[in-house]
Design a protein around this ligand. Structure first.
Ligand code: ATP
Ligand code: MG
Length: 343
């Protein structure tokens, strides 16, 4: 079976962007592929964070995976830090990554802007190597992510190719290995719709967990009242009617797109339904569609979170499976890189 790997950072509450761009699409993949869905907690410490929140955000994210439809009889769900090989492999990959490659990463530029590059952590800078390790450790074929992660997947591909070239093939064979490639070259899976859900307060920046204002996003666990309130106050424009794909109306395109996906309608249907609407008519419609879509997820989340032992068991089994798969890659890497093995 081909393998699919993806994850969400426990940096805050999971929002509509994470759901539409990533988690919702994972659900459809678990029947066809061997899937591993990770709560990537090592990534969550790269920016200043609250130590009292990390653990809770980790279990909440795991519970939301399940509530959104991840089925652990098919998929492995686990916490990144429970499988030490992620960090181990990252170190090996770091030594094959030119600094210049990391300096081109847009996410680093954006996330270091606030504190300044000089003050940003080395962890934030090398984050793409850890993400590459998350993917390559399991010889992943596909990585379902939102549009913002495209550049990091491209980097993962380049690092994989470089390592294959530097340490794989005949060189590896001479050291007693199988020869050939050390890593599969992973491919991103970016959805047609929902790949870039925008902020409710600014249609030009993406919805993010780390954005300071909670008004900018719909969290999967927001109450009905809060959803109504956020939609009521979200940014709109003063054009007549509603339309998709008008570059001058990013907020309008975003809100219609969200409505389209959560209502399960076709784009043409939504175009027809909403073309003459005012914001005053559309907003309650959108809020209702969101509430209807999120309510069952929230109910399942409550059931799961009420049984912490069950969740712990799932995470432990997931980590066991991941460890087993990752061990193969680590053995090959140490051998190909010429390390002396413990005997
Ligand atoms: P942070 O601000 O801490 O980086 P985030 O909201 O960007 O949080 P991540 O944990 O970094 O969330 O990303 C998890 C997954 O969600 C990734 O696949 C990412 O591409 C996807 N994703 C994040 N934001 C959006 C968005 N606005 N639209 C679509 N997909 C998104
Ligand atoms: Mg992010």
């Amino acid at each position: 079976k081909k393998r699919v790997v993806s994850g969400v950072q426990p940096t805050g509450s999971v929002h509509l962007g994470n759901y539409l761009g990533a988690i919702k699409n994972w659900v459809a993949l678990q029947d066809t592929y061997e899937t591993l869905f990770i709560i990537v907690d090592h990534h969550a410490i790269t920016l200043p964070y609250d130590t009292r929140q990390l653990g809770k955000a980790t279990t909440d994210t795991a519970a939301l995976y399940l509530a959104c439809g991840i089925d652990v009889s098919k998929a492995s769900v686990f916490v990144q830090s429970h499988v030490p090989a992620h960090v181990e492999l990252m170190w090996l990959l770091c030594s094959s990554t030119p600094i210049g490659w990391l300096q081109k990463m847009i996410q680093f530029k954006e996330k270091s802007r606030k504190e300044g590059v000089e003050n940003a952590s080395v962890g934030l800078f090398t984050y793409p190597d850890l993400m590459t390790a998350d993917i390559l450790l399991y010889q992943s074929d596909f990585v379902p992510v939102g549009e913002d992660q495209k550049q990091h997947i491209e980097l993962a591909r380049e690092i994989a190719q470089r390592v294959n070239h530097l340490y794989g093939g005949k060189k590896w064979k001479k050291l007693g290995g199988r020869g050939g490639s050390l890593f599969k070259i992973p491919e991103p899976l970016i959805p047609q719709a929902g790949a870039r859900v925008m902020s409710l307060t600014d249609g030009l920046s993406k919805m993010s967990k780390s954005a300071p204002s909670d008004q900018s996003r719909i969290n999967l666990l927001d109450s009905k009242d809060l959803i109504v309130d956020k939609i009521k106050r979200c940014k709109t424009d003063s054009f007549a009617g509603l339309e998709f794909d008008n570059a001058e109306r990013p907020e309008c395109n975003n809100l219609l797109s969200i409505y389209q996906i959560v209502s399960g309608k076709k784009k043409e249907e939504v175009m027809e339904e909403c073309k003459d609407m005012s914001w005053g008519t559309f907003k309650p419609l959108l809020a209702d569609a969101l509430i209807e879509h999120l309510s069952p997820i929230q109910a399942r989340y409550q059931e799961i979170i009420a049984e912490p032992e069950y969740l712990d068991k799932i995470l432990s089994e997931g980590a066991d499976r991941a460890e087993e798969l990752g061990a193969v890659t680590m053995r090959n890497m140490y051998q190909a890189m010429g390390y002396y093995q413990r005997r």
